[in-house]
Design a protein around this ligand. Structure first.
Ligand code: TTJ
Length: 647
């Protein structure tokens, strides 16, 4: 292996080099600013940042296959058969372009395909951030003539770009090992998490072939290949299949549009199933917009309008009939919306919400122009959809009556708050909290341990409603959910009013076991489906009770919230100690529950975001549905988490 021409460039990039190092030093100092978190999410995000570059190359039309490998020791390798990152000297910096890509902040996108056809990446920060946050990174470029290699360590150049041999192939291979100094929580990748995201990218970029291989355990190699010619339509088909949902018409509707300037495109696939739930997944530049935004708003509004216009025109709604509501026309709807645009504006910090107003117009116009025509040309599909929407409207009317009845009943019974509620003294929602607790004994401990000035306790009891099979009308009158609705005070469905919410924080507190996991999933699914603004506005939390109590000597004790923490504490304190595993909240006395789980100054709580809630909804659909196959598959794929799930 000989040295190449680039070794002499060292002396030429003095000033820039300093700037470069400062840039990547900033990334290492504040990784959260660039990848959101240094937890498992941030770790997996490194992989997406690298893969996005290959997807760009595929969208540009030069790459047909991307391979992601998890190697032993949690090393990641991403390979593509694109043109290869350019190795020529970049005039501005005086160093090879590939070196710029890995060492200069924000350089990544500059080399991507043109126009709006770009892969997203959560923050679009690219390869240099991955490099900065990796113990080491190696890049190999195959340009059809020679193989080039360069190595970096914690963002610094470790070896100059070197020719290591001849080749006839073209492509790029990037290998990196996440830095445990940065990712202190874990550097272990979750195969399912990576596979899910790569599958999603394959749906959103029709025709791209993406493979994933887990080679960490040679005895147990896992792999998948994703390639969907049908794009977003295949996505809708997959969702119905994986969730075990039965469709009510065989055809998947698919619409596309572009704006006049050709700076934005929209694509949507939709189909109805016989459930009562709506599932609209939206993406902007391949980023999952978990909080929706203008593309979703444009779609929802136009769908309601077109459906009503059509229903009036063809006398499906007679004179005097009330209009179909948005909820009516979305009952049982699965839709995937994908927009691609220049200069995407994201509203929230997590980039979960699209803000570009021009996209609202684009999507609205697309649905207006194409959906009505589709319905007219496909009368059997139209018939199935309208029957469903009309049934939903009738059920909504029944729900309204049930609600009135419930109201009158509580009015007659007096004050109206549930008998089991131990309310707090404060009425100031900026400080009030309600703990929704499963089980009477835990409820007792919580009641004894709370600070009654601002903490209310509501024990859950009664029969679990299978919300999977329930419309709003069944929720009213359910003895498990009604106390929750009454205590929160803000109503639900399309008449929800957060200004009436009685507690600023809604905290679900359940055991760390299978039953506890069931109740968390149920409550999150319920909030996601019927009180979604509660989650969107960040009011819902999951309490984190400790799993272990470690006692040393007479009165020194420690709490551990995970197995790792338990092991760490045991190693630290040494000598003789006793470990108690909490099987349920009920095993803690009020004082312990306060100290570990409820005291705002010391407790750990997880704030539930839309992604968490959507995940709960998916799990719920699969586990409560009546199809065996999706359930079996889910349990198999998630074996590590649901080992002792008794279903
Ligand atoms: C840019 O325009 C000229 C020809 O090459 C284009 C390019 O950079 N292609 C490219 C980059 N293909 N693959 C990459 C890439 C792949 C990985 C795995 C990681 C990175 C940072 C880039």
């Amino acid at each position: 292996m000989e040295n190449n021409d680039f070794s002499q460039t060292t002396s030429e990039y003095g000033a820039e080099e300093i700037q470069v190092l400062e840039g990547l030093e900033a990334v290492r100092k504040r990784p959260g600013m660039y990848i959101g978190t240094t937890g498992p999410k941030g770790l997996h995000h490194l992989v997406y940042e690298i893969v996005d570059n290959s997807i760009d190359e595929a969208l540009a039309g030069y790459c047909s296959q991307i391979i992601v490998e998890i190697l032993p020791d949690n090393i990641i390798r991403v390979s593509d058969n694109g043109r290869g990152i350019p190795v020529g000297i970049q005039p501005k910096m005086g160093i090879p372009a590939v070196t710029v890509v890995f060492t200069v902040l924000h350089a990544g996108g500059k080399f991507g395909g043109g126009g709006y056809k770009v892969a997203g990446g959560l923050h679009g920060v690219g390869a240099s951030v991955v490099n900065a946050l990796s113990e080491w990174t190696e890049v190999e470029v195959y340009d059809g003539e020679q193989i080039y290699r360069q190595r970096f360590e914690r963002g610094d150049i470790a070896t100059e770009l070197t020719v290591i041999g001849p080749t006839e192939k073209k492509g790029t291979i990037v290998t990196f090992k996440a830095d445990p100094e940065i990712f202190t929580e874990t550097t272990v990748y979750d195969y399912e998490v990576l596979a899910t995201r790569l599958r999603e990218q394959a749906f959103l970029n029709a025709g791209i072939r993406i493979r994933i291989k887990d080679l960490r355990d040679p005895e147990n190699v896992q792999e998948d290949e994703f390639c969907y010619e049908g794009g977003v339509s295949s996505f809708v088909e997959y969702i119905h299949q994986i969730r075990g949902l039965d469709v009510i018409h065989p055809d998947i509707m698919r619409f596309t549009a572009k704006n006049e300037e050709d700076t934005a495109s929209a694509e949507i696939a939709m189909q109805y199933n016989d459930s009562y739930n709506e599932l609209v997944l939206s993406f902007a530049n391949n980023i999952h917009t978990t909080d929706g935004g203008t593309h979703e708003e444009g779609f929802r509004k136009a769908l309601t309008r077109v459906m009503n216009t059509y229903a009036r025109k063809f006398n499906i709604l007679k004179e005097g009939d009330k209009a179909l509501s948005g909820e009516d026309v979305r009952e049982g709807l699965t839709a995937v919306i994908s927009v691609k645009l220049k200069d995407a504006q994201f509203e929230s910090q997590t980039k979960g919400k699209l803000g570009n107003t021009s996209i609202r117009t684009l999507v609205d116009k697309m649905i207006s122009e194409k959906l009505e025509q589709y319905l007219e040309e496909n009368p059997a599909t139209a018939k199935a959809i309208f029957e469903k929407a009309i049934a939903a409207a009738k059920a909504r009317e029944a729900a309204r009556k049930a609600r009135e009845l419930a109201r009158r009943k509580t009015a007659m019974e007096g004050m109206g708050m549930p008998g089991k509620l131990s309310d707090c003294q404060s009425k100031n929602v900026d400080e009030t909290e309600i703990y929704i607790v499963e089980g009477d004994s835990a409820g007792g401990s919580a009641k004894g341990g709370r600070d009654r000035r601002f903490q209310a306790i509501l024990p859950l009891w009664g029969k679990m409603l299978n919300v999977e099979k329930a419309r709003l009308d069944r929720v009213y009158g359910n003895d498990k959910l009604m106390p929750v609705i009454t205590a929160l005070g803000c109503g639900l469905g399309d008449e929800i009013d957060l200004s009436k919410l009685r507690y600023g924080k809604i905290i679900i507190m359940a055991d760390a076991d299978v039953d506890g996991s069931h109740i968390r999933t149920l409550m999150l699914t319920f909030f996601f489906r019927f009180m979604r603004p509660l989650i969107e506005e960040g009011h819902v939390y999951i309490a984190q009770p400790p799993l272990y109590r470690i006692t040393k000597g007479k009165d020194t004790h420690y709490y551990a919230y995970s197995d790792e923490e338990r092991d760490r504490i045991m190693a630290e304190i040494g000598g003789k100690y006793e470990v108690q595993r909490y099987k349920g909240l009920g095993e803690m006395d009020p004082q312990q529950l306060w100290e570990t789980t409820m005291d705002p100054t010391t407790r750990i709580m997880l704030r539930v975001d839309m992604e968490d809630a959507a995940k709960a909804d998916e799990i719920f659909t699969i586990l409560m549905g009546d199809k065996v196959e999706p359930r079996r598959e889910f349990i198999e794929r998630n074996a590590r988490y649901v080992q002792n799930l008794d279903i």
